[in-house]
Design a protein around this ligand. Structure first.
Ligand SMILES: [Zn+2]
Length: 182
């Protein structure tokens, strides 16, 4: 039987210094090379190594083509009619890959909302605080997540009407969000 102590299972203080020295062979003896030049400025708006807008990398590039035309689109399964959000390359119900792009309503109502006060995604740090919400699209079974623009958290309410808007990212790409109607 193994003897236990205060520092045994469940009793270890994570702040305590390790009692045994790490094995020397497990540690690199030299430091990794360090760049002296600054990271490219400005930082990339999104860390997206395989751009979803590019049909070379994904089969949902048509979503962004639709956005450029002002359409919010998603995929619908030809076999069983499953409407997905976000767009899929295979049906989550039957795993079929025969999907059709369909346009979604550009209008909806806030089902729930919250404010981002910190820890914003890369490129959105300057926008804090901002509102995000779940939107019930008008006449659609879909409830989608989006940033809610042009409104303060204090002025939002459940059931508030919102409409789609598209916007250009600094790197030339396009994305969408919702906002109260003008
Ligand atoms: Zn299906």
């Amino acid at each position: 039987m193994v003897a236990t102590s205060e520092a045994g299972i469940g009793g270890t203080d994570p702040r305590a210094a390790p009692t045994s020295k790490p094995r020397a062979e497990a540690l690199a003896t030299d430091k990794p090379p360090r760049r002296n030049d600054p990271v490219p400025q400005p930082l990339p708006f999104l860390l997206d190594f395989y751009p979803q807008e590019d049909p070379k990398f994904t089969r949902i590039a048509a979503f962004f083509d639709g956005l450029r035309k002002g359409w919010l689109t998603t995929t619908k399964c030809d076999a069983d009619g499953t409407l997905s959000w976000p767009p899929r390359v295979a049906c989550p119900t039957c795993r079929g890959e025969k999907l059709t792009w369909v346009e979604l309503p550009r209008r909806g109502k806030l089902y729930a909302f919250s404010a981002v006060l910190g820890g914003a995604p890369l490129g959105m740090e300057q926008d804090v605080p901002f509102v995000v919400g779940l939107i019930d699209l008008e006449g659609s079974p879909l409830r989608i997540f989006s940033r809610i623009a042009n409104v303060r958290y204090e002025d939002c309410c459940i059931g508030m009407e919102v409409v789609l808007e598209t916007f250009d990212l600094p790197d030339g790409r396009i994305f969408y969000r919702f906002r109260p109607p003008a």
